[in-house]
Design a protein around this ligand. Structure first.
Ligand SMILES: Cc1cc2nc3c(=O)[nH]c(=O)nc-3n(C[C@H](O)[C@H](O)[C@H](O)COP(=O)(O)OP(=O)(O)OC[C@H]3O[C@@H](n4cnc5c(N)ncnc54)[C@H](O)[C@@H]3O)c2cc1C
Length: 396
């Protein structure tokens, strides 16, 4: 059972001030950005309303290779080389060309944080001001106003630092997901495509060592998933305890806006077909961290970094659009055809082709090719000298 670690009351002293980089959100995307800035010499502040790792935000399933590349395997709880698919008209077991792992959220966040040299403060973000004359952006929090020329919104689906109205359910392109975490493990990674649980979406059971994460995700934001999450847990004979749920974006949003950089769910980086958003949050977080690192080193301006990051983000748009189409197509397949269809698609060559293409959207080698903090920290050369904050922050 997670224990609350967030500072309360008198412990929440003011933290106004300015920094080279302000990263809002200390989950997958925010920590990936911070990790990439380790050893850069920049004054990086990371803030989150909770302590790092305090509040789990997902079922914590990811391709194993991503954990290996980032040195996070110590947080792994269970590894799977098959995926079991259930439909009302038949089941199939796919042998995966790569393994998938579940992990412990707190441990993984701690391991990522160990690779950072930023400072962390718990603070709730309330909003932002415009870009100031000196190029800095002020972010208002419950502990004061913090300014930086380089500001990252890794706050999840709400996209708090947007200059518009942000993203409001149920009209926005969002899915919703809810799960329970009963004690007791399991052997298989399982998925249900079954209208009994959700008309458009799927149910899942992800064992993770001593607990199992059982949930339902709906691609239609107006469908409430609480009742059917409970139904699935009941069907599996599992306790309905320790609920965890959230909205999940299923469409890309702008990568930068009003001088702020967005990564992870705030940028819509979650994959629309599967609602898998951890590896993409890490992937785009690494890409963004690399760009910010170059700004800090004086190699490019914030505007150049914004342009490059947006280009990288946009180059994935067609893949996200394609997955959204398939997401919308699956519920239209008559249920009696689904069973035979998933059996047909279970042929080894097709599984290998489709799963390898799917992995290639955010491939684990990307983490390896981007220089990691160890490369900088272990290097005998001194890290690049950061430019002054004002040179990083001209008006945008
Ligand atoms: C039920 C469910 C199960 C899921 N399972 C999986 C899965 O198994 N695998 C997978 O790949 N994806 C899964 N996802 C999707 C995945 O959780 C997200 O895509 C992923 O967490 C995005 O990472 P992120 O860092 O962008 O945002 P988040 O992980 O949502 O982190 C946002 C951070 O911002 C902080 N924050 C938010 N608002 C404020 C504020 N105002 N002030 C300060 N801090 C704030 C939060 O505390 C949090 O730490 C699941 C989603 C749901 C809802």
């Amino acid at each position: 059972m997670p224990t609350r670690a967030t500072k309360r009351g008198a412990e929440r002293t003011p933290i106004d001030g300015s920094h080279d980089v302000l990263i809002c959100g200390a989950s997958f995307a925010g920590l990936a950005v911070a990790r990439q800035l380790a050893g850069s010499g920049a004054d990086v502040l990371v803030i989150d309303r909770y302590e790092i790792g305090e509040r789990q935000t997902s079922a914590c399933g990811i391709p194993t290779e991503w954990m290996r590349q980032l040195g996070l395997l110590a947080a792994e709880r269970q590894r799977f080389d098959t995926l079991v698919l259930h439909t009302p008209h038949g089941d199939a077991r796919y042998r995966l060309p790569w393994t998938f792992s579940t992990f412990d959220y707190r441990e993984l966040c701690d391991l990522l944080w160990e690779q950072c040299d930023a400072r962390f403060e718990p603070a709730k973000v309330d909003g932002r001001g415009p870009v100031a004359g000196d190029g800095t952006i002020a972010v208002t929090t419950d502990r004061g106003t913090i300014s930086a020329p380089l500001v990252v919104d890794a706050l999840g689906w709400r996209r708090m630092l947007s200059v518009g109205d942000g993203v409001q359910p149920p009209d926005a392109p969002l899915s919703r997901g809810l799960e329970v975490h009963p004690e007791g493990g399991g052997a298989d990674l399982e998925v249900w495509i079954d209208r009994r649980y959700v008309p458009a979406g799927y149910g899942w059971s992800f064992p993770a060592g001593e607990e199992t994460r059982i949930g339902v995700g709906s691609f239609q934001p107006r469908f409430h998933v609480r009742e059917t999450t409970e139904l699935l847990a009941e069907d599996l004979g599992r306790d309905r305890v320790r609920y965890q749920g959230n909205w999940i974006p299923h469409k890309l949003r702008r990568a930068t806006e009003g001088g702020v950089f967005f990564a992870g769910d705030s940028a819509g980086h979650c994959l629309p077909l599967t609602a898998e958003g951890i590896r993409t949050a890490l992937y785009f977080g690494i890409a963004l961290g690399q760009e910010l690192r170059a700004v800090v080193a004086g190699e490019r301006t914030r505007e150049e970094a914004a342009e490059r990051y947006a280009e990288f983000h946009d180059s994935h748009e067609w893949k996200f659009r394609w997955m959204l189409r398939v997401q919308k197509l699956i519920p239209r397949i008559p249920p009696r055809l689904l069973g035979p269809a998933i059996k047909l698609m279970g042929r080894r060559l097709f599984v290998e082709w489709s799963f390898n293409h799917y992995l290639a959207i955010a491939p684990p080698e990307f983490a390896d090719s981007a220089p990691g903090p160890a490369d900088y920290l272990a290097s005998s050369q001194s890290p690049p000298t950061p430019t002054s904050t004002s040179s990083a922050g001209s008006r945008s």
